[in-house]
Each structure stands twice: as structure tokens, then as C-alpha cells.
Design a protein around this ligand. Sequence first.
Ligand code: ADP
Length: 199
Amino acid sequence: MNVIFFGPPAAGKGTQAKIIQDKYGLQQLSTGDMLRAEIEAGTDLGKKAKKIMDSGALVSDEIVIDMIAARIDSPECAGGVIFDGFPRTVAQAEALDKMLAARGKKIDIVMELDVDQGKIIERVEKRAAEEGRSDDNIGALKTRLQQYNDYSAKVLPYYEAQGAVPKIDGNQSIEAVTSQIEAILTGKDSAPSAVSGGA
Ligand code: ADP
């Protein structure tokens, strides 16, 4: 089963993806985490990406699409993937569809984590204090929310045209959000081979 967690910055996509991947044998692919790993490793790509990320802008479609392409055939992805923070533009969504189709696969479910703007600001401030991420400041967050509205929000209609996109109330506690996600996944899981059949 291939799942997309979709939603604004600090919606809790990464938190939920980490919980769900262990329970369902899926692999989280987070382009944000991959980019931060490149920065950490001091690669040329990381150096280029850091400036863009710190400003809150999106890195190029080509970079993130290539990063996903480099991981999609790895053994840990064989049981299915949770895409987190990708696709963020329609061009990325189209590239992902093509990539999966070429492998006889598809996106099985897209979920939207919906969070109030006030909550987003609260969470980013908390994460800034705890993790010190350099894009967790009010200036960059404004740009990230703007990018979300300008580009990422257009990804939703792209998937809605392919089928229902259930909305999760992401304002609730971590556990309550996980329950909502699991209700959708198990409802979808009438063909269990994808998750429990050890594909
Ligand atoms: P958040 O979930 O808080 O938005 P992420 O870790 O997903 O944070 O992303 C942090 C930054 O990494 C983004 O602001 C952007 O610069 C870059 N980034 C991550 N994923 C993508 C993507 N799919 N396309 C373009 N840029 C991306």
C-alpha cells in the first residue's frame, strides 16, 4: 500500500508517518528528512538546499523527484511507502504517478491532515525550542505557509480528481490523530496483501 500524508507545515505528518510505518510495515519517505540528511552530510546538494530551505521556499522539483526515484526501488520500500512532504507541487505528483505506474504500482490513499493556523504557529515555536530547526522561525514559516497555499494546495485537487481524499483532524492529540489514520487504513485494507501479506 502506498500512502500520501498531505498537509501544511508542522501538521504532524512526520510524527504520524513514523508511528504508522512501524505498525503497518510501510516505509516513510520524507523529502524534508532526506534534504536535512544531505545538509548534515555536507554534500553539494545539501549546501544548495540549505539556503532555500532556511528561507522557507521550495527546492526544485528535479531535486526532490530524483531523491525519491533513488529510494523507491530499495528493499525497505517493497512493502509500501508513506510519502511525507512529497509531492508538494503538481509536477511532483505527476512525476510520482509516472514513477509508480512504470513499476505497476499506484498511490492507494491520500490523506489530508488539517490543522488550524494558530496551532501550526504554536507547534513550530515549540519545535524551534526543542529541535532548533533553522527553518522554524516566523519569517521562514510565513514563506512556508505561502508556498503551501500557492503550490501545495493545488496538489489536493489533483488527487481529488482521482478519488476521495479523507480529511484528518490534525488539531487533536497525537494518539487521536493516529486513531483517525488507522480507521482509514484498515477500512482500505479489505485487500490485506498490501500491508500484512508480506508483499
Ligand atoms: P514541514 O513538514 O515542516 O513543511 P519538511 O521537513 O517537510 O517541513 O520540509 C522542509 C523544507 O524542505 C521545505 O520548506 C522545502 O524547502 C524543502 N522540501 C521538502 N520537501 C520538498 C518538496 N517535496 N519539494 C520542494 N521542497 C521540499
